[in-house]
Every structure is written in structure tokens, then in C-alpha cells.
Ligand binder design. Structure first.
Ligand code: FES
Length: 321
């Protein structure tokens, strides 16, 4: 076989770094959608546009370069004349007359229509799957003021199961549960322990390990939280999860089973003599009890995620809540 040299070498595109930059931009946008849509996504889009432009410019360089004029004398002696390239010689199609619509070769039409069709089919297949996956973490639960009723509904030292709606306009689907204990006063301010019922393993609803006094149930209608039900209870044995046996003490500390941290808690405030719930946050552990408890708090994390120690490094990203 004759060695390849000179013009006989295959014309491969030179290696380029632009696709790598483009890929970094795409990755940056995807990560930004989860981490910080307002800052990281625009940076990713900028990278994507810059490298996309450079890549496209590189890829189309051949179309924009002037066509070399191959004269017969440039052919090497002693060799058969190479086949005439398609772009040399008389045009297969007549040049458009001035004013006539520009014509494109059929190969171009097929190339673009195949790419376009592939894009449309890809979008039809992937958007219904990827769209909700990407969008769901960004759906914030709408919280009005979660007014759970007057302080008099929460006797000192008494645990209550409180259920309430985070968005009464949306109905029962927004109903949530919290376990609330009035700890009495601390530094002249009312103190409450408010524990979420979302298990820190996989999110099942935990139950109190102790009697629940349904016959003393009270319903308080509030503007911000709909019908608030309050049921006294005595979680002497703490809380237990029916799904995989996770166990917590009355402060929400994990005592057994697969959960990786303590139960989440709610912030709260006292507004006009009413107990108003704030945001939920995650807790690694609680030292002490009641008003004197030292709560090791963190930003709200997904169930199953460590929030402290080296294991927390495995969960660097949390969807915004
Ligand atoms: S979800 Fe609670 S122990 Fe698994």
C-alpha cells in the first residue's frame, strides 16, 4: 500500500479544547440548578455561550476558508491525476441569477433536517422525565404564617400532637404534623420544643411511643394554618418509626435503628400571644432537655443525609428548601 503523504493525508479536524469548555459549561448549569440558580447558572450559561461560539467557529472554519485553486501543474509527476474534488470544476447546479432564491445542496437539507428531527424527538422523550426531576426540588412549599393558636392551648410541660396546613388554599394535601412541648419560660420568654415527624432515615412519619389522648382533641381554626388539631400525648418512650424501626428519645435524638441524625425541628415565634411556626431545620443531636437543651442545628437536609462529621462531606449539595 502506498504511504500517505502530502495532500493524500486524511483531513481530520485538529484537536480542540472548545468542546471540553462547552461540556464544563453544561455541567456548571446543571449543578447550578441545584446549588444556586441565581449565581452559578448564569456563570454556566456564559461559559457555555463563549465555548459554544468558539467551537462552532472552529467547526465551520472549513466552510468559510477560500477554496484552493488546484491547477494541473500542482499535481506530482509520475502519478495518475487525482479525481477532481466535488467543489472544483464546473458547478453541478447553475449559479442563481441575481434576485433568484439561493439554493442549497440536498445533503445540507438532509443534514439539518436529521439534526432537527433528532432534537425534537430527544426533547419529546426526555423533557417529560427530566423536567419534573429538575423542577421538583425548586418547588418551595408556600408558607403563610403558620399560626397554631393561642399559647393557652399549650399547657406548660404538656406534649401536643399538632397537625396543620402549610397552605390552607391547597387543602389537606399540605397537612403536616409536629410534636410540640411547652417548656415553660426561659429568660422571661416562652420556650417550646417543636419536633418534625419526618423520620431522619427515609422520611416516614414517626409516631409517639406513649399514650395519645384522642378524647381531648381540640381543633383551632387559624387563618394561616387552616384547621389546627391539637391532641395531648405522653411520649415517655420517645418517638418510633414504623418503617424500619428507627427510634428517638423525647428530645428527638436517635437512639436505635437506621436514622443518621436527630429529628428535624421547627423554628417558632410568639406573635400576639399565638405560637407561630417558622422554618424547619436539621439537627445532628441535642444535649440536655427542654429550655436548657443545646441544639446542634444545621440547614434543612434530606432524610438519610448526615449533617455533621466526615460523612456530611458525602452530601455537599442539598436542594433549596
Ligand atoms: S424511614 Fe424511619 S426508620 Fe426508615
Amino acid at each position: 500500500m502506498e504511504p500517505l503523504n502530502g495532500d493524500d493525508r486524511p483531513h481530520l479536524p485538529p484537536p480542540s479544547l472548545w468542546p471540553v469548555g462547552f461540556a464544563v459549561g453544561v455541567a456548571c448549569v446543571l449543578v447550578g440548578l441545584i446549588v444556586d440558580p441565581l449565581v452559578v447558572v448564569p456563570i454556566g450559561v456564559a461559559i457555555l455561550l463563549v465555548f459554544g461560539f468558539l467551537w462552532a467557529r472552529d467547526a465551520t472554519k472549513g466552510y468559510r476558508a477560500p477554496v484552493p485553486d488546484l491547477e494541473p501543474e500542482t499535481r506530482r509527476p509520475g502519478r495518475e491525476a487525482p479525481p477532481i474534488p466535488a467543489h472544483v470544476g464546473e458547478a453541478a447546479m447553475p449559479e442563481p441569477e441575481p434576485g433568484e432564491i439561493e439554493r442549497f445542496p440536498r445533503s445540507k437539507f438532509l443534514e439539518f433536517s436529521t439534526l432537527g428531527l433528532g432534537g425534537v424527538i430527544g426533547g419529546i422523550v426526555t423533557i417529560p422525565i427530566l423536567g419534573p426531576m429538575v423542577a421538583n426540588p425548586f418547588r418551595h412549599e408556600k408558607h403563610g404564617k403558620l399560626d397554631l393558636g393561642p399559647l393557652s392551648d399549650f399547657p406548660s410541660g404538656q406534649w401536643m400532637i399538632a397537625t396543620f396546613m402549610t397552605d390552607p388554599a391547597e387543602g389537606e394535601v399540605t397537612r403536616r404534623t409536629a410534636y410540640i412541648r411547652n417548656n415553660g419560660e426561659s429568660n422571661g420568654e416562652p420556650s417550646f420544643t417543636i419536633i418534625s415527624n419526618r423520620c431522619a432515615h427515609l422520611g416516614c412519619p414517626v409516631q409517639p411511643n406513649g399514650p395519645v389522648f384522642d378524647n381531648k382533641k381540640k381543633v383551632e381554626r387559624t387563618k394561616g394554618a387552616g384547621d389546627v388539631t391539637l391532641i395531648p400525648m405522653l411520649p415517655a418512650g420517645g418517638f418510633g418509626c414504623p418503617c424500619h424501626g428507627g427510634q428517638y428519645n423525647p428530645e428527638g435524638n436517635r437512639t436505635a435503628g437506621p436514622p443518621v441524625r436527630a429529628l428535624d425541628r421547627y423554628d417558632y415565634s410568639i406573635v400576639g400571644g399565638h405560637l407561630v411556626l417558622g422554618k424547619t431545620y436539621s439537627v445532628s443531636k441535642v444535649d440536655g432537655t427542654g429550655a436548657q437543651a443545646k441544639i446542634h442545628r444545621y440547614g434543612l437536609a434530606n432524610p438519610g443525609n448526615h449533617v455533621d462529621g466526615p460523612e456530611a462531606w458525602l452530601y455537599p449539595l442539598q436542594p433549596p428548601h
